[in-house]
Design a protein. Structure first.
Length: 272
């Protein structure tokens, strides 16, 4: 039998890089196939936002809606969708892969390092956009009318999904840095100050004091404003401006969160 170490080059079998796109799709497909096996991570992300959306409408629509002169059902729909798409990621599964050694085994294969993270994020994007649709349908069923029509609905779902995607940079950064499932689960706590120190329940004009100052610098204020413009305003320069501000806010947040995740990935794959 020929010894592979001394065999001529024509007889040696070596793993070859498959290409960036193949690596990316392979990681994404594995992550998507895992989603139905973990319904506990998906079902609450759908039920809880719908529950609080219906509850808030029933409890606050007459008081807040009348005081602020707004259609509270339309005003709160973006909040419900943001709740549905935020914090849903494969970060917990990544921690499992780190703990059982699967991630380390991947790093000694020819697979490129960047798809190890971006593939998971592709699966996350598909999932959060799928979660946004049922919440949107509930809003339509309760009488919400999109003045921007079907194109506005599509943009509403896409923008919500991209926000959900960029937020995943935080749990992925924590997962790659710590490999601790408890730390990853606690990362959702970061969502609460971002959301509630903004225009969650009332327009910015109704906020006062320090809360209005914080909301001015909070990216969530502009994300919600852009989503609300797609619901409550016809296509116009004002609508485009609000959506543009939302895109910039998502991009600024994503620049920070994705950069942290990429730095954590680099640190993880360099570990001996």
């Amino acid at each position: 039998m020929t010894d592979l170490a001394t065999a001529p080059p024509t007889l040696r079998v070596q793993a070859r890089p498959a290409g960036f796109l193949v690596d990316l799709l392979s990681v994404a497909q594995r992550a998507v196939r895992q989603i139905p096996r973990e319904p506990s991570s998906v079902i609450p992300a759908l039920i809880v936002p719908i529950f609080f959306y219906v509850l808030n409408i029933g409890a606050l629509s007459k008081v807040t809606g009348a005081a602020a002169h707004i259609d509270f059902k339309s005003f709160e729909l973006p909040v419900a969708v943001v709740f549905a798409v935020t914090g849903v990621s494969r970060a917990s599964s990544l921690v499992t892969d780190i703990q059982n050694g699967y991630f380390d085994r991947l790093t000694i294969t020819p697979v490129r390092r960047l798809p190890l993270l971006l593939g998971l994020m592709m699966a996350d994007l598909a999932l959060v956009m799928a979660l946004a649709v049922p919440v949107l349908l509930v809003g339509l069923g309760l009488g919400v009318h999109f003045r921007t029509g079907v194109p506005g609905m599509a943009l509403f779902v896409v923008l919500s999904g991209i926000w959900g995607l960029v937020f995943t940079g935080l749990p992925y950064a924590i997962a790659l840095k710590t490999g601790n499932p408890g730390a990853v689960n606690a990362s959702f706590v970061l969502f609460f100050p971002i959301t509630f120190l903004s225009t969650t329940f009332v327009p910015k004009a109704a906020l006062e004091g320090w809360l209005r100052t914080v909301a001015t610098y909070n990216p969530m204020t502009y994300i919600l404003a852009g989503l609300r413009a797609l619901v409550s305003q016809p296509w116009s320069v004002s609508t485009a401006t609000s959506v543009g501000d939302a895109v910039l806010a998502v991009g600024a947040f994503g620049l920070v969160s994705i950069s942290l995740a990429l730095l954590a990935l680099r640190g993880r794959v360099r570990r001996p």
